[in-house]
Write a protein that binds this ligand. Structure first.
Ligand code: 6R9
Length: 652
């Protein structure tokens, strides 16, 4: 990236630093020594982390990297992932500990202890065996956020079947292509779930999807809403099948490299990629990072990750990491504004949540709704706050810290991907003096770097591409069924380096700031400008809640900056006028420099987002360039694009 980009970036930096609270630092799970320990002997470090797990057979070799980029971790080792997440805690006398406080959207609840989870998972495993599912078979799971979702995943892991969780909001087409690609033998679904106060059907989508999927032998249906559904010959009710099974099942150890799950990422173009994760290395790194980054004390903490389990964040930090650590978690079915906009804070208050992990998109939504909503609840139990999914704007970070964390909780901004399987770059809450907006340093044992076009590491103050230099335990092993695409997508841009697809910069202290996907970087009059930084500049204006920025073709400047802005709820009427747009352009020019001034700013009520809360800039580019919209199947709410289109005539 060019010089001008660096100048821009430096202007934007929040200068405040937030040191760890003394009490947390004194009793922190991980101290600064971990960095030294891992630097001295990286593989030895990971081998020690693998000892957190219970192995049926110990590994012979920590890492086999003889055929890069195809890694094998803990070669020769055998373990069962479900045993590690459930049974061993019961055997250790912790059967009465709560694994999940489940909270349904309508207010129904269920408390599941580790002992109960063991019985439920065993029954589900026996049920899958009865259906003919065997080790190595694939099972598609298309469920709302109900206990049967983690139970189904663990049941697969228990018998060595590979699960493919498909987000409960995806279309029949999206579901069908994922079932086909994985050749799933069984689909586990529900009649529906609750969303925004209403039952929302799932089964009709499955019926539609499995019409042309010859691999599917059975569809198991959980009754959640009780709504009428069509029953087909392949269907079997969960309560008929699972309830009558024995609640004892002996988990089968599998090879450390046995496929645990496939999770599809849509990417920006082309066929979805089936990211493959395996067993030993994946569980090692999810368990370690959950312990280190959140400072988890399983005896006393109540942990809540608000993600959907259909996103990798839910796989690693609602299911596998927390359960491997014997944590007590909250599992919530619904949306943050049902029945009221304080629902999440009510849940925090009710369960005395101590560790809270969410996405910047949610934080900005709460900023838009107003400070008085969280202020109405007792959030004093909280001690660590996490963020994931997008760069967190400094403004949102500070709001989160103050309004949710009461100014006392460290915020850990965690960078990672479906492909990395677990957190890679993040502050450590008892060690790092956090900077609002920065993901800071690679975790111990992770070799992340920022390089230029020529794969040269950039000096402090420089910007470029984020890469990973050495294999890590929870890395993807391949793209399901397509080794060539795996090599091409991740390992071909820079020889021998994992290319993450994100832009990043290293500040004068050597700390890492993420700048968004490299595909989104704009080239304006020969200057590289990151969407993230212009968005953060806009969000730092007191009347702006959210902003999305794209580059649109421009005859004069090559690309021009087009911004979509959602005003804060408290901003009042004046945000509709031309004066407001002029004010915002001036604000960006002042914050970042005149080159970053948007050509056009559109005031909109909503932004198009994926299920994990990422802004779909591709669709906004279509709008900015007056094209018809591309694929909208992974959008949370496709009516958003109509709302934006209605606003266009008044666009400035
Ligand atoms: C876990 C997850 C991965 C992409 C990643 C990056 C963005 C995630 C971030 C972040 C800046 C963070 N991303 N966390 N960017 N700061 N803390 O989100 O996985 O859905 O596969 O997305 O998300 O662009 O490359 P996934």
């Amino acid at each position: 990236m060019s010089q001008s980009q660096e100048t821009l970036s430096n202007l934007l930096q929040e200068t405040r630093r937030f040191s760890p609270p003394a009490e947390l630092a004194e009793s922190a799970n991980v101290t600064a020594e971990a960095y030294e320990e891992a630097a001295a002997d990286r593989l030895g470090f990971w081998a020690r982390q693998a000892e957190r797990l219970t192995w049926a057979k110990r590994w012979d070799t920590v890492l086999d990297w003889s055929n890069p980029p195809f890694a094998k971790w803990f070669v020769g080792g055998e373990l069962n992932v479900a045993y590690n997440c459930v049974d061993r805690h019961v055997e250790a006398g912790l059967g009465d500990r709560v694994a999940y406080h489940w909270e349904g959207e309508p207010g129904d609840t269920r408390t599941i202890t580790y002992a109960e989870l063991q019985r439920e998972v065993s029954k589900a495993a026996n049920a899958l065996l009865e259906l003919g599912v065997r080790k190595g078979d694939r099972v598609a799971i298309y469920l709302p956020m109900i206990p049967e979702l983690p139970i189904s995943m663990l049941a697969c892991a228990r018998i060595g079947a590979t699960h493919s969780v498909v987000f409960g909001g995806f279309s029949a087409d999206a579901l069908r292509s994922r079932i086909d690609d994985a050749q799933a033998k069984v689909v586990i679904t529900a009649d529906g779930g609750y969303r925004r106060g209403k039952p929302s059907a799932l089964k009709p989508t499955v019926d539609e999807a499995v019409k042309d999927t010859p691999s599917v032998e059975k569809v198991v249906v959980v009754r959640r809403t009780g709504e009428q559904i069509a029953e087909n010959p392949r269907d079997v009710w969960w309560h008929d099948l699972v309830e009558r099974q024995s609640d004892e099942h002996t988990p089968e150890p599998v090879d450390a490299e046995h496929p645990l799950y496939i999770l599809y990422t849509s990417g920006t173009t082309g066929k979805p990629k089936g990211i493959l994760h395996t067993s030993g290395g994946y569980l090692t790194q999810t368990a370690y990072t959950h312990y280190a980054v959140f400072d988890l004390k399983p005896e006393t903490d109540v942990y809540w990750c608000t993600a959907d389990i259909g996103w990798v964040t839910g796989h690693s930090y609602i299911v596998y990491g927390p359960l491997a650590n014997g944590a007590t978690s909250v599992l919530y079915e619904g949306t943050p504004d049902t029945p009221h906009k304080g629902r999440w804070w009510e849940v925090v208050q009710k369960y005395k949540v101590t560790i809270f992990y969410t996405a910047p998109t949610a934080i900005r939504t709460f900023m838009k709704w107003g400070d008085d909503i969280p202020a109405g609840f007792d959030l004093s139990s909280l001690r660590v706050l996490g963020s994931v999914g997008e760069p967190i704007n400094p403004e949102a970070y500070v709001w989160y810290r103050e309004n949710i964390g009461g100014g006392r909780c460290p915020v850990v901004d965690t960078w990672w991907q479906t492909e990395t399987g677990a957190i890679m770059i993040s502050p450590l809450p008892g060690v790092t003096a956090g900077k609002p907006g920065a993901a800071m340093r690679p975790l111990p044992g992770v070799e992340a770097d920022v390089v230029d076009d020529q794969a040269q590491s950039v000096p402090n103050g420089g910007g470029g591409f984020l890469v990973i230099r050495e294999p890590w335990p929870s890395m993807l092993r391949t793209i399901w069924g397509d080794d060539e695409r795996y090599v091409k997508t991740y390992w071909s841009r820079f020889d021998g380096l994992y290319f993450a697809g994100d832009g990043a910069k290293r500040d004068d202290d050597g700390d890492i700031w993420l700048l968004g996907r490299v595909d989104d970087v704009m080239l304006v009059s020969g200057h590289n400008i990151s969407t993230t930084e212009v968005e953060s500049a806009l969000v730092s204006h007191p009347k702006v809640a959210e902003a999305a920025v794209v580059g649109s073709t421009d005859p004069v400047t090559g690309q021009a900056i087009v911004a979509f802005v959602i005003p804060r709820g408290s901003a009042g009427e004046e945000v509709e006028g031309e004066g407001f747009v002029a004010e915002l352009r001036g604000h960006v020019a002042k914050t970042l420099g005149p080159i970053a001034k948007p050509r056009q700013i559109m005031i909109v009520p909503e932004l198009p987002k994926t299920r994990s809360g990422k802004i779909m800039r591709r669709l906004l580019r279509d709008v900015a360039e007056n094209r018809s919209l591309g694929d909208v199947t992974t959008l949370t709410d496709s009516s958003v694009m109509d709302l934006i289109a209605q606003k266009l005539p008044s666009a400035k």
